[in-house]
Design a protein around this ligand. Structure first.
Ligand code: FAD
Ligand code: UDP
Length: 422
């Protein structure tokens, strides 16, 4: 009997597996349908011996000291500050837009932040409440820079106009009046010295953690006994799409090795206005690897395919909230991570969410309770002591009623309770 079945071996699942095993002595089974751990952060040496990120460039950055210290238990770091150029009007220009971008694009010689501020202020459109991703940029730098750097990229990446997306999407990219050309401004910016996968191997190297790969949880959930579940896959999948599919944006990653030592001037070049790909990454800039050849990846946005990005727009959030209500009423299952909480989170935010979930799990007052999962079934008190009062109450309230009749998930929820009685 496992204390926890953890679905998904990415940052969310692996952080919780590690904490539950090492801090609470729990027995954990972590499973992933992919043939590897590390989720979307998975990196590996390709057939040419170059360390590449299978699912696109992953650059670690955070302001959270607790998060950085937590991960530092499992890896040393390579200091790395990310720089990106955007290919606009035939030039490679710094993005985020800064003073250098403006000077080079318009042949100007703005010398101070005040001059650059004035340049933006002359063009910015006043918008009282920045609601959309268009508003955010147009209100800062005006329409022309918005159209050159943001509109085309966003339409390609999301298949939507920026005016249809929440402000948070383009707000990820700041505007600067100085010449700081780093993509991120965070306190901690670094890459795991030996790669992400090695770091995950160390997180999961605990005798209480068993790993099962190439396995969709639906294949085993009714055959393995466990007390509680941590679910980090898509939340709509868990509930058998009972309210309809939540849209996630997908990507095709086209990897390529070139017989040259270096191809790009920086790690990433963005293409807002040309090509069907959004950006190209050259991994050696990120990893520091010395190699006579170089590995690149092109990202081609798609509507269908593996879910990579939740889509931040009001209709999607409204649909997610319906699933969240179900999740909140599902006892013994914790929904964590980018897909399970439908949040456009970076790696550090997912680690933070997982650490908070762990705090909640161990901090929750566990009441003794008798829970009837069937009219005639009584779960043994010693076992339901693991179910928090509020959650058990929700179980009674919803028990099979607000969940879809055909849902495997309602069985799972019940399984989580019943299995504790075995
Ligand atoms: P995931 O890593 O997606 O892990 C979920 C796991 O669950 C997957 O491995 C999946 O196979 C598994 N799973 C799903 N369903 C099932 C099932 N039914 N049965 C079994 N297993 C299942 N963040 C940054 O901080 N910096 C970056 O530079 C950065 N770049 C990114 C670039 C791209 C192209 C993408 C897509 C994301 C990027 N991110 C970046 C975000 C980062 O990938 C996520 O924040 C993080 O990986 C999310 O971790 P997670 O555990 O929530 O999800
Ligand atoms: N973006 C843009 N042009 C750029 C870079 C970013 O329009 O050159 C917009 C685009 O909508 C993108 C969002 O800003 O999806 C967030 O960019 P980020 O680089 O954070 O995207 P991610 O790395 O998460 O794919």
């Amino acid at each position: 009997m496992f204390d926890y079945l953890i679905v998904g071996a990415g940052f969310a699942g692996s952080t919780l597996a590690e904490r539950l095993a090492s801090q609470s002595g729990k027995k954990v089974l972590i499973i992933d349908k992919r043939p590897h751990i590390a989720g979307n952060a998975y990196d590996h040496y390709n057939e040419d011996g170059i360390l590449v990120h299978k699912y696109g460039p992953h650059i670690f950055h955070t302001n959270g000291e607790r998060i950085f210290e937590y991960l530092s238990q499992f890896t040393d770091w390579r200091p790395y500050e990310h720089r990106v150029l955007a290919h606009v009007d035939g030039q490679h220009l710094p993005i985020p837009i800064n003073r250098t971008t403006v000077n080079r694009l318009y042949g100007l010689d703005l010398q101070t932040e005040a001059e650059c501020e004035a340049f933006f202020a002359e063009r910015a459109e006043p918008i009282e409440h920045c609601r959309t991703s268009e508003d955010v940029v147009v209100s800062k730098v005006g329409r022309e820079l918005y159209e050159k750097f943001f509109r085309g990229y966003t339409r390609k990446q999301w298949g939507l106009d920026p005016s249809e997306l929440d402000a948070q999407v383009t707000a990820r990219v700041p505007t600067r009046t100085n010449t700081d050309d780093r993509y991120f401004g965070d306190t901690y910016q670094a890459m795991p010295l030996h790669g992400y996968t090695r770091m995950f191997e160390r997180m999961l190297a605990h005798p209480n953690i068993k790993i099962m790969l190439n396995t969709d949880y639906r294949e085993i959930v009714n055959h393995i006994a466990f007390r509680e579940m941590v679910f980090t896959g898509p939340i709509d999948q868990y509930f058998d799409y009972c309210f309809g599919k939540l849209p996630y944006r997908s990507l095709e990653f086209r990897h390529e090795t070139r017989d040259e030592e270096q191809v790009l001037p920086v790690a990433v070049v963005n293409y807002p206005n040309d090509h069907d790909y959004t950006r190209v990454t050259e991994f050696k800039h990120l990893t520091g690897q010395q190699h006579p050849k170089t590995g690149l990846v092109y990202e081609l946005p798609q509507a269908e395919g593996d879910p990579y990005y939740p889509i931040p727009k009001p209709e999607c959030t409204a649909l997610y909230n319906r699933y969240k209500e179900l999740a909140d009423a599902t006892p013994g299952v914790h929904f964590v991570g980018r897909l399970a909480t439908y949040k456009y989170y970076n790696m550090d935010q997912v680690v933070s969410q997982a650490l908070s979930t762990f705090d909640k799990i161990v901090g929750t007052k566990r009441e003794r309770l008798v829970v009837a999962t069937q009219p005639t079934t009584v779960v043994k008190p010693a076992i339901t002591a693991r179910v928090p009062l509020a959650v058990a109450a929700a179980a009674i309230k919803t028990d099979g009623k607000s969940l879809p009749a055909t849902s495997g998930s309602s069985q799972n929820g019940r399984r989580a309770l019943l299995s504790t009685a075995e």
